[in-house]
Design a protein around this ligand. Structure first.
Ligand SMILES: C[S@@+](CC[C@H](N)C(=O)[O-])C[C@H]1O[C@@H](n2cnc3c(N)ncnc32)[C@H](O)[C@@H]1O
Length: 307
């Protein structure tokens, strides 16, 4: 990342990103793709908005919101990512962004000063930056964000589902690099992570990073996320399923709309005549299929109003 920042300074951010190797988790086109912020169409559009982009990473969402808001505050713990985002936004000609190098779990703002807070791919990582129960750390940050928002303000969360089909099928947990850690009871996941840190090859140990002390990157199920937001004081909480993922949301389906989910599944299952026919009946079995499918979606977006 240090080299990318150097090249970005000299030759521009898009060239800088060319140094990402094919094995890097994030690729140039992915970082450049502004479709990643399409969840904005779920939220009120306000050119006077003051937006907080928590865990702004390489600045993709920051760039989109800088173009449609009065001010964006972009916060990240990783200095090189923040510096890259700053250079990117400067090179794109934006002067309405403040970059803040800070740990979200220790960050403070004046109550009621924000119109919108974004936590896209961030909430699950927060328990790695401090000690204490992952649930408590995530809940405390949500409650604080709620205080910083004006009564008409909104929060947006993009995050993985603990019980995603990929996890149930035994694919690697993207947060630990191990299989099963998301869905196992937390105490067992702790044991798996500690054992892996002790016995597995060096490469795997490095990938696990700070996680090796125990499993801390907690994701949750759809009802648990909704409850966490409500307990933090958010109202009108709504859940959405992004297809293919919250990072590349080509289609965004409201969980509360059965017809929308049936429409999508009917289309998606067009090659499976039995499933398609069942969905089109809109009867009890169709409802059960929709329920299971939505509860095992890969990712969710959540929005909630502060007041
Ligand atoms: C998966 S990236 C998401 C980046 C961005 N939100 C996006 O959607 O493109 C998570 C980001 O959160 C940042 N992060 C993780 N823990 C943090 C903390 N405690 N305080 C501030 N930033 C943090 C990381 O440095 C990283 O840039």
């Amino acid at each position: 990342m240090v080299k990318i920042v150097e090249v970005t300074k000299e030759e521009g951010w898009y060239t800088g990103l060319g140094l990402l190797t094919p094995s890097d988790e994030v690729q140039r086109d992915f970082v450049a793709d502004l479709i990643r912020a399409d969840f904005r169409f779920l939220l009120p559009q306000d050119p006077e908005a003051i937006v907080l982009d928590l865990g702004c990473g390489l600045g993709t969402l920051t760039q989109v919101f800088a173009a449609q808001s009065r001010l964006v505050m972009a916060v990240d713990l990783t200095w090189e990512r923040l510096r890259f985002a700053q250079l990117r936004l400067e090179q794109e000609g934006f002067h309405n962004v403040i970059f803040i190098h800070a740990d979200i779990t220790r960050f403070r703002l004046k109550p009621g000063c924000l119109s919108l807070a974004l936590l896209n791919g961030v909430l699950e990582w927060l328990p790695l930056s401090c000690s204490g129960g992952p649930n408590q750390i995530q809940a405390a940050v949500l409650a604080r964000v709620r205080e910083w928002l004006a009564p008409h303000g909104w929060i947006l969360i993009g995050i993985e589902n603990r019980y995603a089909r990929s996890q149930l099928k035994g694919q690697r947990d993207p947060h630990s690099g191990l299989r099963g850690t998301a869905i196992l009871p937390r105490s067992l996941a702790n044991g798996v992570v500690r054992a892996a840190a002790r016995w597995w090859p060096q490469g795997m140990k490095q990938r696990m990073g700070r996680q090796r002390e125990g499993y801390r990157t907690w994701t949750h199920s759809l009802p648990v996320y909704s409850r966490m937001l409500e307990q933090a004081g958010f109202r009108a909480v709504q859940a959405y399923i992004p297809i293919h993922s919250y990072n590349v949301p080509h289609t965004i389906l409201p969980v509360a709309s059965e017809p929308a989910l049936c429409w999508y599944l009917g289309d998606w299952w067009s090659g499976h005549s039995l499933r398609r026919r069942l969905i089109h009946t809109q009867g009890k079995i169709a409802r059960l299929l929709v329920w299971v499918w939505s509860r095992t979606a890969e990712d969710f977006f959540f929005i909630g109003r502060a007041g």
